[in-house]
Ligand binder design. Structure first.
Ligand SMILES: Cc1cc2nc3c(=O)[nH]c(=O)nc-3n(C[C@H](O)[C@H](O)[C@H](O)COP(=O)(O)O)c2cc1C
Length: 207
């Protein structure tokens, strides 16, 4: 079993978090844990009309964001599995990014990500903000230099996804690739290009 901790912070992108947790929960070799920040609860309600349990129910272990005494706060929690543990912050707000870049962590999600970094484990931050200020960019560089993977939620259109769920699944696959988690969500290859006209197009697009 491999420990995977998903932290959901208060940035836009809750449908991606829901989709990713759903895929991970179906993987028999993954021991899935989850932390939902207070900010995430507000965004989840705004974007999907759902309560935090809609995210947490996918995980075997769901931790409260204010529970700083919980296992993931400790470096030792991260070791001992069959394969190196990993943490995915999906989506990652600029607030959480800043806390991680400064090391001044204020909730369990941030502390757990800080612990994953100091234990030299995979930390993938799926950021969501646009445009980016110089502060955001510096924070991203600091964290990249510290070993984190910075992965802005930038969906690819080259596979011509036929639906929003298909687009989310493609991006879930890319996140899982970064964490070294095997999946069957597809990857880009030239021969996979679907026929013209099979993609989502904007209204009024005549091309
Ligand atoms: C509907 C909504 C959407 C938001 N979208 C973003 C976002 O895309 N990126 C971001 O950095 N913050 C966003 N925020 C602001 C964060 O939720 C806020 O800064 C929060 O304090 C972050 O806390 P957390 O990182 O502990 O979850 C959004 C807030 C709301 C209510």
């Amino acid at each position: 079993m491999r420990k995977i901790l998903v932290g959901v912070s208060g940035a836009s992108g809750m449908p991606l978090a829901l989709r990713l947790l759903g895929h991970l929960s179906a993987m028999p070799d993954v021991e899935l844990s989850c932390i939902v920040s207070d900010g995430a609860a507000a965004v989840l309600n705004a974007e999907c009309g759902l309560a935090p349990d809609a995210l947490a129910r996918h995980a075997r272990h769901a931790y409260q964001a204010d529970d700083l005494g919980a296992g993931p706060a400790s470096g030792s929690w991260w070791h001992g599995g069959g394969a190196p543990a990993a943490m995915l912050v999906v989506p990652c707000s600029m607030g959480t990014l800043g806390a991680l870049a400064s090391g001044a962590t204020r909730n369990l999600l941030q502390r757990a990500a800080d612990a994953a970094l100091k234990e030299s484990l995979r930390l993938v931050l799926v950021t969501r903000e646009s445009p980016l200020s110089a502060i955001h960019l510096r924070n991203m560089l600091s964290l990249r230099e510290a070993g984190a993977v910075i992965m802005p939620f930038s969906p690819g259109f080259y596979l011509r996804p036929p639906s929003l769920d298909a687009m989310l699944d493609q991006f879930c696959g890319r996140i899982l690739d970064q964490a070294g988690i095997a999946h069957d969500l597809g990857r880009w290859a030239p021969e996979m290009a679907p026929p013209a006209g099979s993609s989502i197009t904007s209204q009024g697009d005549q091309s």
